[in-house]
Design a protein around this ligand. Structure first.
Ligand code: I3S
Length: 131
């Protein structure tokens, strides 16, 4: 568990490596650029860390501060998630879209694992006020 600013703590629901690419940036469609990230699902946010530098420290319970900042914080409140087989030739691909217009594809080669991630993220979204 990570400390937060209010002395409470952020509950980590699931973490691991996923492939990701953004589909849009500032509302504009961009060219895909698949990279792998260390993904941490919490109640409110999906945090994506650069995989190479943070996997070990995140796995060891490192906090997302200082040089270990996430490269992307996806607000799950009001977000949507759907399978996105038509948007990629890869298998195990789903899309997360936020209220503010971030569109992200996430992928796990292992489709069983992709289903686990999909269900956990979906459940987190549905628990939130706008979900
Ligand atoms: O949906 P697209 O545009 O066919 O996605 C592929 C391309 O973005 C490709 O790069 P180029 O911009 O050089 O064409 C990527 O290397 C591929 O990975 C993209 O497709 P997949 O099916 O992997 O999402």
């Amino acid at each position: 568990q990570w400390p937060n600013l209010h002395g409470g703590s952020i509950r980590v629901l699931q973490q691991g490596v996923l492939h990701k690419t953004k589909l849009t940036e500032n509302g504009k469609k961009i060219r895909k650029n698949w990279t792998s990230s260390w993904v941490v699902l919490t109640d409110l946010f999906l945090f994506l860390f650069k995989e190479s530098t943070t996997k070990m420290s995140a796995a060891a319970g490192g906090s997302p501060t200082g040089t270990n900042k996430p490269e992307l914080c996806v607000d799950l409140n009001g977000a949507t998630i759907e399978w996105a087989a038509v948007k990629s030739s890869r298998k195990g691909v789903f899309q997360v879209s936020t209220l503010l217009g971030v569109q992200l594809l996430l992928q796990d080669e292992d489709e069983t694992n992709a289903v686990v991630w999909f269900n956990e993220i979906k459940r987190a979204i549905l628990r939130l006020p706008c979900g």
